[in-house]
Design a protein around this ligand. Structure first.
Ligand SMILES: Cc1cc2nc3c(=O)[nH]c(=O)nc-3n(C[C@H](O)[C@H](O)[C@H](O)COP(=O)(O)OP(=O)(O)OC[C@H]3O[C@@H](n4cnc5c(N)ncnc54)[C@H](O)[C@@H]3O)c2cc1C
Length: 364
């Protein structure tokens, strides 16, 4: 089949790679002039283990599998990464019950190696930490996200696929055997393909609305939640990722490390109406308060506004978190179309098995 993938973020690239490996003729249309300029360049670059997600959800199934597949991929493709491990910390009795529940959910989800340790044991490993207990996740790690996307691009091209940059998809019209894709950009035109996968991230709903005859009732609402990060202007004090217990809309302001060992904090949850990436310095006050619950030694004046990412959510504040939405022909009745909506965290971690599932839908 000739398959067009819309979007060269981590998900679109993983889908295109899986399709190319399965023997399809693949083109990725990307409106920007480079890979990974969207959500995929503005995240925590954490390889999640998968213990948070409710039983039976796509995220519960994909994340633990994606974790294992991603480490294997990194090994075989030379992608920089580190299995640094993570603590989810409890600073009071209520949070202790929460981390016990997370451990139980992790076991159900098939996450291996989860262990509850006491505050003293946690401090032996991370002396700056203040907590009464910690859930240890040894298989959580960090990855060079851009290096991962470059490796996906390499596999796509090695299997005959190609990425067309500066190629915004504007309209999809049904033909006798597939779809006519109309694109704008520097060299506007159209292309006839057998199947289309919409991996347009924050623009997924806009692209779905551009599919002629697509049932509008199958296009979910989009809710945007900005995640702000602050960099730490001192020497890192932790060697593992440190997470508080989750909050509404996110995993809580946590310690993230990059592969150079730098330490930063975030992302928080800021519900927004329009896409935007400025980091309001006044949000630092709430960061100090939240971080000091588990790191009382955080010095005044040490947090510097860094960057922000935007989560493509399907539900808003106070509503239950939505799962990834993967709509194929069985859901919407249009052959040769797969739409992906709401691929927020852990989309990076889940990208490889998610891609396999999507490619299976193309021939189902
Ligand atoms: C703050 C934050 C932190 C996160 N942290 C983690 C983490 O630590 N671990 C993890 O596993 N996940 C994390 N995630 C989730 C992860 O980053 C995303 O799930 C993933 O990057 C989504 O990739 P994507 O390819 O769907 O979207 P994108 O990367 O946004 O790619 C979509 C692409 O489509 C292109 N496009 C849009 N419209 C068109 C069009 N009409 N024509 C052609 N191209 C188009 C865009 O230019 C873009 O390049 C985080 C997300 C956020 C927001």
């Amino acid at each position: 089949m000739q398959v067009l993938v819309i979007g060269a973020g981590v998900v679109g690239l993983a889908v295109a790679r899986a399709a190319a490996l399965a023997g399809h003729d693949v083109i990725v249309a990307e409106k920007a002039d480079a890979i990974g300029t969207g959500i995929s360049s503005r995240n925590s670059e954490v390889i999640h283990a998968g213990m948070y997600y409710p039983t039976g959800s796509r995220r519960a199934k994909l994340c633990p599998r994606g974790n294992r597949m991603l480490y294997d991929f990194c090994e075989t493709h030379g992608v920089p990464h580190r299995r640094c491990g993570k603590f989810i910390v409890a600073t009071n009795e209520a949070e202790h019950s929460r981390i016990e529940a997370i451990q139980a959910q992790g076991r159900i989800n098939g996450v291996e190696g989860l262990e509850l340790i006491g505050g003293n044991a946690a401090r032996d490993l991370e002396p700056e930490l203040s907590c009464i207990a910690a859930l240890v996740s040894p298989d959580t790690g960090i990855i060079d996200g851009h290096g991962y996307m470059l490796a996906l691009q390499g596999d796509i091209e090695a299997h005959g696929g190609a990425i067309a940059f500066e190629t915004p998809v504007e309209r999809l019209t049904p033909t006798l055997h597939g779809w006519r894709v109309t694109f704008g950009g520097r060299e506007p035109g159209h292309l006839d393909v057998d199947a289309v996968v919409n991996c347009a991230g924050l623009s997924a709903q806009t692209v779905a609305r551009a599919i002629e005859g697509y049932p509008l009732t199958r296009i979910p609402k989009q809710v945007l939640a900005k995640g702000n990060y602050f960099a730490y202007a001192g020497r890192p004090v932790f060697t593992r990722l440190i997470y508080p217990t989750p909050v509404d809309g996110g995993l809580g302001v946590h310690v993230t490390l990059d592969l150079a060992g730098r330490m930063r904090f975030g992302p928080d949850v800021e519900w927004i109406d329009h896409e935007g990436y400025d980091v309001d310095p006044s949000r630092a006050a709430s960061f100090y308060a939240r971080i000091r619950t588990y790191w009382p030694g955080l010095p005044d004046g040490s947090l510097v506004p860094d960057y922000a990412g935007v989560r493509p959510k399907l539900t808003g504040p106070g509503e239950p978190a939505a799962d990834f939405m993967v709509d194929g022909p069985a859901n919407h009745g249009m052959p040769g179309i797969v739409n992906l909506f709401g691929i927020e965290s852990p989309g990076l971690t889940s990208s490889l098995p998610l891609a396999d599932d999507v490619v299976a839908l193309l021939t189902a």
